[in-house]
Ligand binder design. Structure first.
Ligand code: HEM
Length: 502
């Protein structure tokens, strides 16, 4: 046999081998996306091999694609993220049915690949099973015991808001970007609860933590991270994932330092923060080999509370002040009601809220229209689940789409307009609306809901009692851009305002 012949035969056999492997790969791809025949998934757009429906997904604003698909396929549909089937639940009725009526079935957290790496099922937000239950219960009871939703907390928020007023006043009516100062004020509230201390607004460590947080939120929903979650892309190819891991490690280093410091100084008679309480519990359970009060749960719970407690509320406040600039007639009505009910001599308190229906309606409308967690966090079916005639296997990722609830045209008179009237009756009294669901609902409903509501009402009214917010000279209210920036939390685009003393 000549060398030429061997080479030729080898080449043919290698190429046939490659061809067969490719064919098998494609068959497997199709097979895996059409398996589970004993289940009945809802309808949805036809998937492509490997990429699924990613070709039609708006990676910057996935909620827009999903709302459009709901018009075509109905309130519940299937969407293929790469090879994985996601069930998307849309509209008030269906989301309520899934999260509240079938709370057990839909209450598990879905974990995209990028979150698995950093969180490993620990902490609160990206945790599951018994560990999650224990950490969530512990966080709720600790936050409540330290005053979440009560008057001790109210005093702290009022003090922090006074600090913010002073910082705003230093700009003497000149234009500035309020983002970092608002973040600092809001973050200090959760820092007092979690670390037992507040920070000066120019503390470099504090500023660095916030920078890390902003970057984490930006990266966790970047188009590259979404592709990484949907496709089996090797991690070293995804720069955003590597950056996110570096940031996570830096933040963790800081939390570990604080934790060790608190542990060293630990005094059982001076328990004033989440960390202190955790240490007490850890000591109590040190002989229990099955305890969930381990260092990893500690660090990740701190990280979750710090992130969720800072970013969401400060983003909502920034939306609120932008809407007030954009709609000066609404700002005037808010200020008139504050003036009538509270006057100028003392700061507003939460007790005033029931006599301030217009302000209450405006704060609710800011949250509805701001829509800051548009896709919600990912859920997952806990067991094989029958829902609206479909049969969905255990472990299916589910998106209960909050945008579709907050803008549901069967629930809101003018969903795409900023209209405080959505929360007022004919007599101008405040009305609760069931479809007001910015904190989601059911088993996984936001842990910080009552704290966030208190913060939003107090910061907003205290700021508007003292200042009128106006666009920089030369910019008209109608020119202000109120379209969102993309992200897992949607924030307003960078803006500046003038805080004019009243
Ligand atoms: C305007 C402010 C806020 C909004 C709109 C908001 C919204 C949300 C949403 C939509 C979820 C996901 C719920 C789900 O998976 O169904 C969530 C979860 C969570 N939020 Fe908030 N949140 C806010 C403020 C806060 C604050 C101040 C804290 C801290 C005390 C906090 C802590 C958490 C935690 C720990 C979770 C995870 C709950 C779990 O998985 O069991 N949030 N939040």
């Amino acid at each position: 046999m000549s060398i030429m012949k061997v080479l030729l035969e080898d080449t043919i056999s290698v190429s046939s081998f490659l061809l067969c492997t490719a064919a098998l790969f494609i068959v497997l791809l199709f097979k895996s996306s059409t398996k589970c025949s004993r289940y009945k998934f809802p309808p949805g757009p036809k998937p492509w091999p490997l990429i699924g429906n990613l070709n039609i997904l708006n990676l910057k604003f996935p909620q827009n694609t999903m709302c459009k698909l709901a018009e075509q396929y109905g309130a519940v549909f299937t969407f293929h993220m790469g090879r994985k089937k996601y069930v998307i639940v849309t509209g008030y009725e269906a989301v309520k049915e899934a999260l509240v009526t079938q709370a057990d079935d839909f209450g598990e957290r879905g974990l995209p690949a990028s979150k698995k790496l950093n969180f490993n099922g620990k902490g609160i937000i990206f945790a599951g099973g018994e560990s999650w239950k224990t950490m969530r219960r512990f966080a709720l009871s600790t936050l409540r015991d330290f005053g979440m939703g009560r008057s001790t907390m109210e005093d702290r928020i009022i003090e922090e808001a006074q600090q913010l007023l002073e910082v705003f006043a230093q700009y003497q009516g000149k234009p500035f970007n309020p983002t970092i100062n608002i973040n600092s004020a809001v973050s200090n509230i959760i820092c007092m609860l979690v670390f037992g201390q507040r920070f000066q607004y120019d503390d470099p460590q504090f500023l660095r933590l916030q920078e890390l947080l902003r970057e984490t939120f930006r990266l966790s929903s970047s188009p590259m991270t979404q592709l990484y979650d949907a496709l089996p892309i090797p991690m070293f190819l995804v720069g955003d994932r590597l950056k996110a891991m570096k940031i996570h490690a830096e933040a963790r280093c800081y939390y570990t330092k604080v934790y060790q410091q608190r542990k060293a100084e630990h005094d059982r008679n001076d328990v004033r923060s989440f960390i202190d309480r955790f240490i007490v519990r850890q000591n109590k359970e040190q002989d229990n080999p099955n305890t969930f009060f381990d260092d990893q749960n500690m660090l990740l719970s701190i990280s979750n509370l710090f992130a969720a407690g800072t970013e969401t509320t400060s983003t909502t406040l920034r939306w609120g002040l932008l809407f007030m600039m954009k709609y000066p007639h609404i700002q005037e009505k808010v200020q008139a009601e504050i003036e009538n009910v509270v006057g100028r001599e003392r700061p507003p308190r939460t007790d005033d809220r029931k006599r301030m229906p217009y302000v209450d309606a405006v704060v609710h409308e800011i949250q509805r229209f701001g829509n800051i967690v548009p896709t919600n966090l990912l859920h997952e079916t806990k067991v094989d689940t029958t829902f609206r005639g479909y049969h969905i296997p255990k472990g299916t990722p589910v998106i209960p789409l909050l945008t579709s609830v907050l803008f549901d045209k069967t629930q809101w008179q003018m969903p795409h307009e900023f209209n405080p009237g959505h929360f007022l009756d004919a007599e101008g009294q405040f009305v609760k609306r069931d479809a007001f669901m910015p904190f989601s609902a059911g088993r996984r409903v936001c842990v910080g809901e009552s704290l966030a509501k208190m913060e939003l009402f107090l910061f907003f009214t205290i700021l508007l009692q003292r200042f009128t917010f106006q666009p920089p000279p030369g910019v008209q209210p109608q020119d202000l851009d109120i379209s969102p920036s993309p992200g897992v939390t949607t924030s307003p685009k960078r803006y500046e305002f003038c805080a004019i003393k009243r």
